[in-house]
Design a protein around this ligand. Structure first.
Ligand code: FA5
Length: 337
């Protein structure tokens, strides 16, 4: 009986709170407290309960009756006040409420999350590094000493002689290796900055994801396997991948990785400059000089690293032909994701 009273209490009080007119309130009152109402019938049958239960159940049922009567009275008062206000202010209480527009994640955030998820499933752990970086980690620890011509590969925003906005996520490699011993398998997502002027495929701020794996017997074949699997998970499983010899001071050998243009399927179009291929990332085997900087034994350990441009991946995934659209903050564009 106690459970039944609790159930009536929960249902009836909620119904009273959500009524919007006095007629509905009266219906509730009759249904529960009227001559044949649910609670009235319980009150009438209390005399038939075992003697020892009667006082307790009687008290609970009467208290519930008072509570319901009080809620009906209070709700009636609220409804009357609202009605009076609607008369004075000309409000139409029957109008539906205004829906607040729901936001969504920026397309670059969506792609970054997806890319991280793919690598996490391959056993990589996410780490982060500072966007305001020391020249040492951005260049020197990566085998790019002062005045080295390779510094011109990335036009840099300097804060002072020793501090800069990181031009790539590769300094995180050096920071991680400085504090951890192999085996290592990390990815480092984040914003990077370059003094590049904007065009359809370049912006001065963009996102990269760095990957680093160090262990005994890590090979270039392993790098190819990981990156090919990644590309085929982000795009179609039959997307072709091409490794082109390249140069980075912190990897040897180095490669740039192209994927078959997803717009024209390799036939050649405006997006891929009619080559059928699009460059999405740089990669290679970690240079022994980088290992020496962090005190790793180059006889025992080898490693591979890669750095991919998230905007380029997002452009190909969504069929976008101008990178600047991501940063124009035009709602007509952003609402499509
Ligand atoms: C690098 O930044 C190297 N740190 C990558 C790397 C890591 C190589 C580890 C070897 C080992 P690169 O400058 O090529 O390399 O940039 C990598 C990717 O960033 C490019 O493939 C491209 O997708 C993207 N990218 C480069 N510049 C821009 C830009 N201005 N706007 C948008 N994306 C860019």
């Amino acid at each position: 009986m106690r459970d039944r009273l609790d159930k009536i209490r929960a249902q009836v009080l909620e119904a009273i709170d959500s009524t919007s007119d006095e007629k509905a309130l009266e219906d509730i009152r009759v249904r529960v407290l009227g001559r044949k109402g649910e609670l009235t019938l319980i009150l009438k049958t209390i005399g038939r309960l075992p003697l020892e239960e009667r006082p307790e159940i009687g008290r609970l049922a009467n208290r519930l009756k008072e509570e319901i009567e009080e809620s009906i009275r209070a709700r009636k008062e609220v409804l009357r006040r609202l009605y009076r206000r609607s008369q004075i202010e000309g409000l139409d209480l029957t109008l539906p409420g205004r829906c607040r527009p729901l936001g969504s994640l920026h397309p670059i955030t969506q792609v970054m999350d997806e890319v991280c998820y793919i690598f996490e499933r391959m056993g990589f752990t996410v780490v982060h590094g500072p966007e305001i970086e020391l020249d040492f980690y951005n260049f020197e620890a990566l085998n790019i000493p002062p005045d080295h011509p390779a510094r011109d590969m990335q036009d840099t925003f300097y804060i002072d002689d020793k501090v800069l906005l990181r031009t790539h996520t590769s300094p995180i490699q050096a920071r991680v290796m400085e504090t951890q011993r192999p085996p290592l398998r990390i990815i480092a997502p984040g914003k990077v900055y370059r003094c590049d002027s904007s065009d359809t495929s370049h912006t001065p701020m963009f996102h990269q994801l760095e990957g680093l794996m160090v262990d005994r017997d890590v090979s270039f074949a392993g790098l190819k396997g990981v990156l090919t699997s990644f590309v085929q998970q982000v795009f179609d499983p039959d997307t072709h991948v091409r490794f082109r010899p390249s140069f980075f001071p912190f990897t040897e050998p180095s490669a740039e990785v192209d994927i078959q243009c997803v717009m024209c399927k390799g036939k050649g179009c405006r997006i891929c400059s009619h080559t059928g291929w699009l460059e999405v990332l740089g990669a290679g085997m970690v240079h022994p000089e980088v290992f020496r900087h962090v005190g790793y034994d180059t006889e025992r350990f080898t490693g591979f690293a890669f750095g991919l441009g998230i905007e380029r991946i997002a452009m190909l995934k969504f069929g976008i032909d101008d990178i600047r659209l991501f940063y124009d903050n035009d709602l007509r564009f952003l609402q499509q994701f």
